[in-house]
Design a protein around this ligand. Sequence first.
Ligand code: GLP
Length: 263
Amino acid sequence: MRVVIQENYEKMCKWAADYIAAKINAHKEDRPFVLGLPTGSSPIGVYKELVRKNRAGELSFSNVVTFNMDEYLGLPREHDQSYWYFMHDNLFDHLTDMKPENINILNGMTDDPEAECAAYEAKIASYGGIDLFMGGIGVDGHLAFNEPFTSLSSRTGVRALTTDTRIVNSRFFGNDPEKVPAYALSVGIGTVTDSKEVLVLINGHNKARALAATVEGGVSQKWTCSALQLHPAAIIACDEAACGELTVDAYKYFLDIEKEERL
Ligand code: GLP
């Protein structure tokens, strides 16, 4: 696993956006580049930079197909906290050449969640899998909505949100955890780790425990993000603030080995 430590959130986002853009631009195959995407506050700066590059003519999305990680169950697209709304508001609506038919987001209003999730997995497979899955994590280490103790080989399905996650996410729902949907549809840990590459953003002091568990703890279903240790091409992009719980030798090791990546 690579861990690229940047000085602050802005530099972490710039580095991640540069990485993603370079991968898309280098993709010369006669098939689309398949990009997995997260929501949350962590990727917002990355999306801003991807939009800037796109509008400056440095990056085209015309041959990109996207799959989002998750969606709240029971929220319609138009709800301003749905992940469909978030993705259009923060990324898709601002791109000059993203094809709407290439955007894939789980339907939180489905009558048949199991069929919806099975079709999502099948659609990912029909493209030959995901080339690069960008993610973020929760303070409890959840990747997409794979809360602690979700199977590390899980596939796309319905997930119950923990009380902790509903409290954390209540900041978007008038600070009332009861207003946060109790369930979501989410890709599985196995869905993410099947991707050719995984890039996870971890920033801020409140993610310090999760970063340490992801990088230095054992592989454990308690910290579902730790499954990335088994992936052959996983990268964590983080800021200094998130490094507070790393051991000094691990912190120094990653700074040294990735010194050329430092912005
Ligand atoms: C939600 C999403 C996750 C996201 C996490 C962290 O729970 N389901 O995919 O990674 O929040 O969000 P933030 O980046 O705002 O800390």
